[in-house]
Write a protein that binds this ligand. Structure first.
Ligand SMILES: CC(C)(COP(=O)(O)OP(=O)(O)OC[C@H]1O[C@@H](n2cnc3c(N)ncnc32)[C@H](O)[C@@H]1OP(=O)(O)O)[C@@H](O)C(=O)NCCC(=O)NCCSC(=O)CCCC(=O)O
Ligand SMILES: Cc1cc2nc3c(=O)[nH]c(=O)nc-3n(C[C@H](O)[C@H](O)[C@H](O)COP(=O)(O)OP(=O)(O)OC[C@H]3O[C@@H](n4cnc5c(N)ncnc54)[C@H](O)[C@@H]3O)c2cc1C
Length: 667
């Protein structure tokens, strides 16, 4: 009989195999939905397989045993091996294939090209003119030069208007002089800046004839192309170890009156003429488009990170046997406990939801860029900025929570780096900070929500965009038993009520004499709540849309179970907003809880297959607990034995310090 779960192999842990036999859908078909196409899902498997046949691409040792220097070296080594094999492994023009290959081989701990692909090249594509494409883009794509995105400074990251690095135009030589006037003006944090990059897109305050025009992007050569030495006038280095990304070289950068030609201002949208005349961009914030791009891609990327942690935790929970249920002669899989399911299954649903929502958002971003580049239409920018600001914040926060629950769900072994979950956590929660600190970004979305409510209040509801149209819809009681749409309606009610309440509160403070900024700050917590609700609503709606569009019936049915779990879990989590004014009844609340518990039971037989469907290879997971074959214990023992501390039975530190202490105590 053909197994629906394609992960079953002879010799695997029997408990895991038993789980895989209960799959009600084909995991290859589910992978097609997760990765967006049959081709990409298949190519991922083929690429993983091809990589496994090139021994030099394997980690030379488990990464947790490597120190920082070794991690950086190991990443760079693999990159150079990869470079030799690139064309045979992937279609180099296919982004999806390239992304998978990098995840597979390089892992998630950072490497010299990490920001080159994610921000440097996209910043050039979005901000450089055709002449600048000619000069730099080809070289960057061929990796003749390696670049990063240097915006954040020691003193400022969130408030871009106060960046201190200056780019002062000198008409006599037609150059910009880049300068770091204070210690706080040092660029600080950019990935791959410290040691790897020889170029950067540098964001600096453009100054012409003593007038500041705000942050603008410049392409800047940092190091000699032959010797890789920093150029005179450039101070550059690594900022030291971090919570994660320790295979990467986040860096600092200072300029001492460093001159670059006028052509180095990325000038697709704004320019400085030879005489110093400034030509404005079509939209004031167009320089922020590289950030919008990363934010648009974050939901899928983060969903996959959550998927990593859950693959580990769910597989392990099927292998870990401990305690009893009915039959006192056999211990059970910890996956059978309701608390374990409640800890993990809603997170599986979220991982799927974030991935689907991310795909939809990326399509919106691609459309925006198309519109901007083809006819200069920037009208969608504000909407997408608001949406992606909320999305990156909500998703990264929940992904962090979900990964941490996955770690705890693995008990003691989850705490070992053999599980690799702490590394995934460190990487994922970086996303709460980079690309805009979460609170700051939630407040950006709140500006949009407040403006939308103000439109409704002033009788201009017809001007609302489709995503906020619900803010003007009248309230009607909801019958939750009628399916997903009723959940959406209930959620809309909650989200709308919070946006209105927060707006009214904000306006009231102003009526009572507070300035806009002070009133805003006094309402900020309520505003961020409105933003979270709005974003969760959007995620819910995209999840429903995606499930509705699936054609494979068994896959659709398994996804519907996940969707139902998601709807009930989400609504329960925010129910207090609708309970407090009696819009939701306590009967409805009980209904939601019962639906939630029955969803857990429905999902239980498919749990392992739902995470197997991510089709992460063992190499990609890098987790002893999460191995596909489920052989956890012997491998944990082998992993521990490989610890450098176990090279000798008696450590020098024992001989030198511990022994004398014990000897002295004996006297
Ligand atoms: C918080 C803001 C958005 C504020 O921007 P601002 O220019 O100071 O705005 P303001 O004058 O207060 O006015 C706000 C207004 O500007 C609009 N706006 C702001 N950004 C955009 C945009 N992208 N598109 C369209 N509109 C935008 C907002 O909607 C506001 O509009 P409004 O006044 O409400 O009509 C900005 O400072 C910001 O984005 N800060 C976060 C910095 C950040 O994300 N840094 C990322 C560095 S790179 C990085 O971390 C890479 C890591 C990647 C990796 O490791 O993978
Ligand atoms: C792993 C990692 C990789 C990074 N990579 C890059 C990179 O490649 N290139 C780059 O340029 N930068 C990079 N950064 C920097 C990153 O983008 C910034 O750290 C980030 O934008 C946050 O800014 P900040 O550090 O100034 O935080 P701060 O703004 O100082 O945040 C501190 C606190 O102040 C609060 N706060 C700040 N402003 C407000 C406000 N207006 N209202 C309410 N609360 C506020 C925040 O909510 C937060 O709680 C990276 C950072 C990390 C951690």
């Amino acid at each position: 009989m053909a197994f629906l779960n394609k992960e079953i192999r002879d010799g695997d842990n029997q408990d895991l195999t038993e789980e895989r036999r209960t799959a009600t859908f084909d995991t290859d078909k589910m992978a097609e939905v997760i990765y967006g196409s049959e081709k990409l899902a298949r190519r991922r498997r083929e690429i993983s397989h091809a990589v496994s046949r090139i021994p030099e691409l394997a980690d030379s040792r488990p990464l947790p045993f490597l120190d920082r220097f070794e991690k950086v070296t190991e990443g760079t080594r693999k990159l150079s091996v990869l470079d030799r094999h690139l064309a045979e492994l992937i279609d180099v023009n296919d982004n999806g294939e390239a992304l998978h290959l990098y995840h597979e081989v390089m892992g998630m701990e950072g490497h010299p090209l990490a920001l080159h692909e994610v921000m440097f090249v996209p910043a050039l594509i979005g901000q450089a003119s055709d002449e600048q494409y000619e000069k730099w883009l080809g070289r960057a794509k061929r990796r003749e030069i390696i670049g990063c995105y240097a915006q954040t400074e020691l003193g400022h990251g969130s408030n871009l208007r106060k960046l201190e690095t200056t780019a002062t135009y000198t008409p006599s030589t037609q150059e910009f002089i880049l300068h770091t006037p204070t210690i706080t003006a040092l660029k600080w944090w950019p990935g791959a800046l410290g040691k790897s990059s020889n170029y950067a897109v540098v964001v600096a305050d453009l100054i012409i004839k003593d007038k500041s025009y705000g942050p603008h992007p410049f392409i800047v050569q940092l190091r000699d192309e032959k010797t890789h030495q920093p150029l005179p006038g450039i101070t550059v280095g690594d900022i030291g170890p971090k919570m994660a990304f320790n295979g990467g070289d986040n860096g600092y950068l200072g300029f001492d009156n460093f001159r670059i030609p006028r052509e180095n201002l990325l000038n697709r949208h704004s320019r400085v003429e030879a005489d110093g005349t400034y030509v404005r961009p079509p939209h004031a914030k167009i320089g922020h488009s590289a950030m919008i791009r990363v934010r648009s891609h974050m939901a899928t990327g983060q969903g996959w990170l959550l998927g990593h942690a859950l693959t580990i935790a769910i597989r392990y929970s099927a292998v870990r046997i401990q305690g009893f249920l009915e039959d006192k002669s056999h211990e059970v899989k910890v996956l059978d406990y309701q608390t374990q399911q409640h800890r993990l299954f809603p997170a599986i649903a979220r991982a799927y939801a974030f991935i689907f929502c991310g795909f939809e958002t990326i399509r919106l971003y691609d459309q925006l860029i198309l519109d901007m580049n083809s006819n200069g239409n920037t009208s969608g920018m504000a909407d997408l900025h608001a949406l992606t600001s909320g999305l990156k914040s909500v998703v990264t926060h929940f992904v962090g929570q979900g990964i941490e629950q996955a770690r705890m769900a693995c008990g003691g072994h989850g705490y070992s780096m053999a599980s690799y979950i702490s590394e995934i956590y460190g990487v994922a929660i970086g996303g709460c900070t980079y690309e805009g600190e979460n609170m700051v970004m939630l407040l950006q979305l709140a500006r949009y929500l407040v403006k939308s409510v103000e439109l409704v209040k002033s009788g201009k509801a017809n001007q609302l965009g489709p995503m906020v149209a619900y803010l003007a819809v009248a309230d009607h009681k909801v019958n939750l038993a009628t399916g997903p749409d009723s959940y959406v309606k209930m959620f809309q009610y909650i989200s709308k009520r919070q946006s209105w309440k927060a707006t009214e509160k904000f306006l009231k403070f102003m009526e009572n004499g507070d300035s806009r900024d002070v009133a805003w700050n006094k309402t900020a917590v309520e505003l961020t709540r409105a933003s979270r609700l709005h974003t969760r609503l959007y995620i819910m709606e995209t999840f429903i849309r995606r499930v509705e569009s699936v054609t494979d019936i068994p896959v659709k049915s398994a996804l519907t179970d996940l969707l139902n779990l998601h709807l009930n879990y989400e609504l329960l989590d925010v129910a207090s907003y609708a309970l407090e004014d009696g819009f939701m009844s306590s009967n409805q609340m009980d209904f939601i809880k019962n639906q939630l518990y029955s969803s857990l039971e429905k999902i239980r037989p498919n749990a392992v297959s739902l995470v197997d469907s991510f089709q992460f290879s063992d190499m990609q997971l890098r987790s002893v607990l999460g191995r596909r074959d489920g052989h956890v214990y012997q491998n944990l023992f082998d992993w521990a034995k490989s610890s450098p501390l176990n090279k000798t039975d008696v450590l020098p530190s024992v001989t030198q310090y511990l022994k004398p202490m014990m000897e002295k105590a004996k006297l």
